[in-house]
Design a protein around this ligand. Structure first.
Ligand code: HEC
Length: 107
């Protein structure tokens, strides 16, 4: 009986841990991306801006751009300074977040 209870408790504990681990990954990307909205529009969806739209670009393309900005391989006016402020893991979260956004969703 005690063993069954302990077993159930550990399963619930595992489920809670899985839920807790999954949620911050999504919101971490969204939280980081809030900084980008000033220039790139809500959710990376630029309306009538000269900046390219981030929303819906392939994750690999976004990731490659961000890393190229960070290392200076790709010239930029501002993005190198911005990209240098993030770890490679955070740039990955940002790329995944913007790739998952639907272009045209933000009004
Ligand atoms: C101060 C305005 C500004 C902010 C804030 C900003 N960007 Fe940019 N972004 C630019 C400009 C301008 C360019 C064009 C390249 C350049 O001149 O730096 C650009 C280009 C890009 C590109 C290349 C897009 C393409 O398809 O060529 C990506 C990816 C990008 N930004 C991601 C981000 C992310 C992610 C953030 C938030 C962490 C961010 N930017 C914040 C101004 C900004």
């Amino acid at each position: 009986m005690l063993i069954a209870l302990l077993g159930a408790a550990s399963v619930m504990g595992t489920m809670a841990a899985a839920t807790a681990a999954a949620a911050p990954t999504v919101s971490a990307g969204a939280r980081l991306a809030a900084t980008c909205a000033a220039c790139h529009g809500t959710n990376g969806d630029t309306h009538g801006s000269t900046l390219p739209r981030l929303a819906g670009q392939p994750e690999q393309a976004l990731s490659a751009s961000l890393h190229a900005f960070k290392t200076g391989q790709r010239t930029s006016t501002i993005m190198t300074q911005i990209a240098k402020g993030y770890t490679d893991e955070q740039l990955g979260l940002l790329a995944a977040y913007f790739a998952a956004q639907k272009p045209g969703a933000a009004k």
